[in-house]
Design a protein around this ligand. Structure first.
Ligand code: THU
Length: 129
């Protein structure tokens, strides 16, 4: 799938966001090395801290299905500038992705910024040694 198609899918995916508290839908599209595509949305809770961001939803869906090698991640939010993933999601990206994996961040006008995982979370904690 071309990046423009992946961006369109991320936008479309936001329709499934469960956002009764923030009213801020986010959509993520994660492409695995064999071409499998996983979508994710933010899923909120009345106990706000239990909210799962779109990025982590997509990553956890893929890992749960046995996929551990990934090509790229697209994240779309209705922001003026390309959306900035939260710290928790950056840490989860660092856990499962190659540090050079490209993450395409998309704004509501579909402008993009592409950053690698290590640019998003430099000097990350990745193991116990
Ligand atoms: N959110 C995401 O899903 N991904 C991001 O990159 C930023 C924030 C969600 C969490 C919450 O449901 C809403 O956006 C507002 O913070």
């Amino acid at each position: 799938m071309a990046t423009t198609e992946l961006i369109d899918l991320a936008v479309e995916t936001t329709k499934n966001a469960y956002v009764p508290y923030s009213h801020f839908p986010v959509g993520a599209v994660l492409v695995a090395k064999n071409g499998a595509v996983f979508t994710g949305v933010n899923v909120e809770n009345a106990s706000f801290g239990l909210t799962n961001c779109a990025e982590r939803t997509a990553i956890f869906k893929a890992v749960s299905e046995g996929f551990v090698d990934f090509e790229e991640l697209i994240v779309y939010g209705e922001t003026e500038k390309p959306i900035s993933p939260c710290g928790a999601c950056r840490q989860v990206m660092a856990e499962f992705f190659n540090q050079d994996l490209p993450v395409t961040l998309v704004a509501k006008d579909k402008s993009t910024v592409v950053m690698t995982v290590k640019e998003l979370l430099p000097y990350s904690f990745t193991d116990l040694t």
